[in-house]
Design a protein around this ligand. Structure first.
Ligand code: ATP
Ligand code: MN
Length: 466
């Protein structure tokens, strides 16, 4: 081919000047032959939602060789001239001067046909689904959000911290950890009838992290403002549309922040990210608005432009008790709020995102700061319409005695958390943080129903293929 450097389709469609020599490489979405001796080939390279149309004259020398392999799914290179398109729906097209097929795809067998496929079916071909409009758009939006997250924190002087994936500490003490071991499963070493982990790879029992928070706190107690953004694992057997066994979590941790500061940051964060996506991914967002969720852009714009509602857990209970709506789970002070309750407050009562705060201490983790009245802790959850919880956070208990006491009442051994308690022994400071589930954010932003469809290769109970 005469031209050596590849042009991205996104640049060609933006560029409105006819006449330049271009080189397009990508995968054929459709091919149509006209009686007049031309083929119209739609090529997509994932740089944007739109494909570019290639017009190939059947008298081209390279056409005869390429033609038998020019089908949906095949990968091609096309050199030619960029011209104003005659057809409707596209701005520019390529008049081919040379076509080369890199890899053919058997039209009979290629699983992605022109028709719409169900998301369930596409999950079974998770290696090919990136070639559909929806998954291309999801991944571009996901990428935009990831970049925007780093930029948000970087602009505010936060340090990006990478906390360990293999760990000996179970952050919640809830035991939803995947175990990591090199012991022989058929014949593990025993001591006093129990598995002898001193002989395991790390010399003690280890698992995959459920949160980087505890490690994050150690660096906040030195660098002031840090955040993590990494993989997180939970062996919870919840087959819902909002839970994965492997997901990505963003966890900022800030010294000298109280709960109000924490809620301010969480709100600013979400509104900022949504604004960024609306500005930077207009085509993909239009697509989701048209094909996935008809009120999406309106909902996101409203969130960007308006403040969240903030109410205490106790106020929330009052509102739920007063409500005439019937719930599957009844409510009383002290109970865990279910998704149905959170969504009712968010969608029916306030019609906007809600931050609930000051939860009963019994239902929240040991590290959350106890309020003076001794009944509630400075915890907060951010609830979004349709999705439910997207962020869980708190001010952390910075008093050594109270923290130790709360660990014991929750059945945790303070000895095991000696290094975490050291942060309260040496130079303790008020501090706060939160965790945002990255896939839930992508889900909310795209309007996709199922969390399995916003991560490249979802891991859920009984599913770890690819
Ligand atoms: P939920 O009640 O929805 O299970 P959680 O209370 O277990 O959430 P946290 O432990 O506070 O959640 O984790 C912080 C955030 O991580 C949550 O707000 C959510 O966005 C996300 N998250 C938690 N568990 C999962 C999961 N299994 N898959 C995807 N995201 C998750
Ligand atoms: Mn959970």
């Amino acid at each position: 081919m005469v031209k050596k450097k590849r042009d991205k389709i996104i640049d060609l469609l933006k560029n409105q000047t006819s006449g330049q020599e271009v080189l397009v490489k990508g995968w054929v979405r459709t091919r149509r032959d006209s009686k007049g001796g031309f083929s119209f080939i739609e090529i997509n390279d994932g740089s944007c939602l739109n494909s570019i149309q290639v017009v190939a004259d059947h008298s081209l020398a390279s056409y005869a060789t390429a033609s038998p392999n020019l089908h949906t799914g095949s990968c091609v290179a096309v050199a030619g001239e960029l011209v104003q398109s005659q057809g409707k729906g596209q701005s520019m097209e390529v008049r081919a001067s040379e076509i080369k097929v890199y890899g053919a795809a058997d039209a009979e067998k290629y699983p992605l046909q022109k028709k719409r496929h169900s998301f369930e079916f596409l999950r079974e071909i998770a290696h090919l689904r990136p070639r559909t409009n929806t998954f291309g758009a999801v991944m571009r939006v996901r990428n935009c959000l990831a970049f925007s997250i780093h930029k948000f924190f970087n602009d505010r002087g936060f340090i990006y911290l990478n906390t360990p994936i293999i760990t000996t500490s179970d952050c919640e003490g809830a035991g939803e950890m995947f175990q990591v071991t090199t012991l022989d499963m058929k014949n593990p070493p025993l001591a006093d009838g129990k598995i002898d982990y001193s002989q395991d790879f790390f010399g003690e029992k280890t698992g995959l992290t459920v949160s980087g928070q505890l490690e994050g706190e150690t660096y906040a107690m030195a660098l002031s403002d840090i955040y993590t953004f990494g993989p997180t694992f939970r062996a919870e057997n919840s087959n819902t549309s909002r839970h994965l066994a492997e997901f990505w979590m963003v966890e900022p941790e800030m010294a000298f922040y109280d709960l109000d500061d924490d809620m301010d940051l969480a709100e600013e964060f979400i509104r900022h990210l949504l604004k960024d996506v609306l500005e930077n991914c207009p085509e993909d967002m239009e697509f989701f608005n048209k094909r996935i969720e008809p009120t999406l852009i309106e909902t996101l714009t409203n969130i960007v432009e308006n403040q969240f509602e903030r109410i205490t857990y106790t106020e929330a209970i009052h509102l739920l008790e007063k409500s005439t709506q019937s719930f599957d789970y009844s409510v009383e002070w002290g109970c865990n709020l279910q998704a149905e309750h959170e969504r009712y407050l968010c969608e029916k009562v306030f019609k906007k995102p809600v931050i609930l705060f000051n939860y009963p201490q019994e239902i929240k983790s040991f590290y959350m700061k106890l309020n003076e009245e001794g009944e509630t802790v400075r915890a907060m959850d951010v609830i979004l319409p349709k999705l439910g919880e997207i962020i869980g956070g708190s001010q952390r208990e910075d008093d050594l005695d109270i923290l130790t006491r709360r660990m014991k009442t929750k059945g945790l051994d303070p000895e095991q958390y000696w290094w975490y308690l050291d942060l309260r022994r040496y130079g303790s400071a008020p501090h706060s943080g939160f965790g945002l589930g990255f896939e839930r954010l992508v889900q909310f932003t795209t309007g996709m129903d199922n969390i399995r469809d916003v991560i490249a290769f979802p891991r859920t109970p009984k599913h770890a293929k690819f």
